[in-house]
Design a protein around this ligand. Structure first.
Ligand SMILES: [Zn+2]
Length: 664
């Protein structure tokens, strides 16, 4: 396990460095990230590199046994590079060149950017590629965090070339996009625009917009690859990673992950205002990208700059660390070591404040790390084991993002949260995987809003269900094909046969508006609320599970179930927490998938398993002491003393018990 912090030594007097590092060691930290966003310190003039200061920093780190994640500094090009080529900065959707002055904005087709990137990364890799204290390289920083792909003429030409590669002929493109509609039949590749904002009655063709998302994602991934290839050649023993900006839709993380040795993300929860299911879901998404442990390269310490919410309550830092580890993180680095004295992020509170005092977060981190290090002998090698999978596709999320057609919370992630939160509340471990992942071993598979669907997906889900799996599919399934055209069949398109239903009509509800749904399951009958989106289903050979009680579609079907081979496929055609919770509870019981532990509301239980034992992380996010009933065979992992019966967890506390699985 790695515990660390994000350190910017170039911002502090050299005389302070030994004291900084000694304080890190005293807190139990063993890894430090350096090099982030300091291109103008490393290369003050084109081609003149200044690495002596970094040599000294690495030497001091090595003397103390601290390992290093070295960043390439490319997320923030230096002013001289923008002076050399102003087109390094991207053009936004309004056609305006983005001004220089922040970070995280690139035009990836700029040859100046690519050449200067190649220069600094090559120089760094040659100097540090075999440095014994470096364990990994972080490439760039939160690629495309602002989600503003470039629309310059050069990128437009690259997009046209990309389309030519994808479709081979204009006839194929015109057919795939349905361009006869609105008189958009292209007769030359050069006629095709990027989706700039328009003073028009409606938006660009959704097929063009989806392809531009694909193209822009590939541009960012390609920029990462430029650096990853240099590091692969010159730093062969060091891993390559990247810190994803959480659940961003700027790039397709599932296509990006194979280009990295280890995936990471930056966790900035809104602390007391944010339901803890949100970071839990992102942990599970990122772990699913490579189906192995992941890293947190920036974990929020104190209050944030761009979100003026409460200061974290004492205990929240420990809870965030334990939650990340429970969901599969093998490294957590805290952002940042010391509060910046300058820059627009001055209000981000660090482990040391701007005056050099250690903050209360430093003490809390030291205590939390000490507790985790005491159980490293049981934590080592333990992994998250889930029998439930949620399948997602970034392309489907993009397409939903382009045409939400919904009032209120229209984020495409909300469809995933609809399914994840009931499982989270019941303390069920979940893997979040790509739609083409191997589903062997999963008892329940949930597919939230598989908006883009083809016969391949239908065949895979059909085979899974026929083999005895329990499948739950939710609203807007099978709407579009891969090029974002409607299928020439009723919804759910290719999934119609498997699910045994067709969608006759849908109703998008106003914010706060609800429909009542009568849900009948073998265990009983209940009335649930439906919100946002209600589909009116025609049953083929499926059995109705739920009917609407009001609206002009009272009496019509809202959810169904169909036996298929040795399994069962359920379709939930209306959104609503109660409805989905009840359906998932039914399916989990049917599959004999049980909660890790029954816990009161506000208490999360997550687990890692290995060597015949399970480490249960009990996380109390409430302001009062809570009690859980421990199963048999539990011990304190630090002392090996038996634990039994009612077990108390203090307010805002996180504790761990070790459960012997051989006794189950
Ligand atoms: Zn551009």
């Amino acid at each position: 396990m790695f515990y660390g912090t994000d350190y910017y030594p170039e911002l502090w007097p050299r005389a302070q460095w030994p004291q900084d590092l000694d304080l890190m060691v005293a807190a139990g930290l063993n890894v430090v990230r350096v090099g982030d966003l300091c291109w103008s310190t490393m290369e003050q003039e084109p081609g003149r590199y200044t690495f002596a200061w970094l040599d000294d920093v690495l030497g001091l780190l090595q003397e103390r046994g601290l390992r290093v994640v070295m960043c390439t500094p490319t997320a923030s090009p230096p002013p001289w590079l923008v002076e050399e080529d102003p087109t390094v900065m991207p053009v936004d959707a309004q056609g305006r060149r983005v001004s220089y002055g922040s970070w995280g904005a690139h035009c990836y087709t700029s040859s100046a950017l690519r050449e200067r990137t190649r220069g600094i990364v090559t120089a760094m890799a040659e100097r540090y590629g075999r440095h014994p204290t470096i364990i990994a390289w972080q490439i760039d920083n939160e690629l495309d965090v602002h989600g503003k792909p470039c629309h310059c003429e050069r990128c437009k030409a690259a997009f046209q070339g990309w389309l030519r590669e994808r479709y081979s002929s204009l006839a194929a493109l015109n057919d795939a996009w349905g361009t006869a509609c609105w008189s958009h039949i292209y007769t030359s590749w050069a006629q095709i625009p990027t989706p700039l904002d328009m003073l028009a009655v409606n938006a660009h063709n959704p097929s063009l917009r989806l392809d531009f998302r694909r193209f822009s994602s590939e541009q960012a991934v390609g920029y990462n690859r430029l650096q990853a290839d240099i590091l692969g050649q010159r730093a062969p023993g060091q891993q390559r990673t990247h810190n994803l900006p959480g659940r961003s839709l700027a790039l397709d993380a599932q296509r990006f992950a194979p280009e990295l040795d280890v995936v990471a993300w930056d966790n900035y929860p809104i602390w007391t205002n944010d339901p803890q299911a949100h970071p839990a879901l992102t942990h599970d998404i990122v772990r699913g990208l490579k189906r192995k442990p992941f890293w947190i390269l920036e974990q929020q310490v104190g209050t944030m700059d761009h979100r003026p919410y409460h200061a974290p309550h004492p205990g929240m830092l420990r809870l965030a660390l334990f939650q990340a580890v429970a969901h599969g993180a093998d490294a957590v680095l805290w952002f940042l070591w010391q509060t910046y004295r300058s820059s627009a992020e001055q209000y981000i509170v660090g482990l040391r404040d701007q005056a050099g005092r250690t903050t209360r977060f430093y003490d809390e981190l030291a205590a939390a790390v000490r507790d985790l290090r005491a159980i490293e002998h049981v934590l080592d090698g333990a992994v998250v084991r889930a029998r439930v999978a949620i399948l997602i596709s970034y392309e489907s999320l993009w397409a939903l993002d382009l045409q939400p057609h919904m009032m209120g919370d229209a984020s495409p992630w909300s469809y995933v949260e609809d399914c994840y939160v009931p499982l989270y509340r019941r303390n069920i471990p979940v893997d979040v995987l790509a739609v083409d992942a191997d589903l062997t071993g999963y008892r329940v598979v949930v597919v939230p809003a598989p908006y883009l669907a083809d016969e391949n997906l239908a065949a895979r889900l059909s085979a899974y269900t026929a083999g005895g799996g329990l499948l739950v599919v939710t609203v807007r399934a099978g709407s579009k094909g891969i090029s974002n055209l409607w299928h020439d069949a009723p919804l759910p398109g290719p999934l119609t046969r498997l699910l045994g239903v067709s969608v006759r009509e849908w109703d998008s509800l106003d914010t706060g508006e609800e429909r009542q749904v009568d849900l009948t399951l073998p265990g009983g009958r209940q009335t649930c609320h439906a919100t946002h989106w209600c589909e009116i289903l025609d049953c083929g050979d499926a059995t109705p599970l739920a009917r609407y009680l009001d609206g002009f579609y009272a009496g019509q079907v809202a959810a169904t179930s169909r036996m298929h081979g040795a399994g069962q496929a359920l379709y939930v055609g209306a959104r609503g927490v109660e409805l989905l919770t009840a359906v998932l509870d039914y399916v989990l019981d049917l599959a004999d998938v049980r909660s890790l532990l029954t816990a009161p509301e506000g208490v999360e239980v997550a687990a890692r398993e290995g060597k015949g034992r399970r480490l249960l992380f009990v996380l109390n996010y409430t302001a009062r002491e809570q009690m859980v009933d421990l199963p048999t065979g539990c011990t304190d992992p630090a002392t090996a003393q038996p634990l039994a019966g009612p077990w108390h967890v203090a307010a805002w506390d996180a504790r761990i018990v070790c459960q012997d699985l051989t006794l189950q």
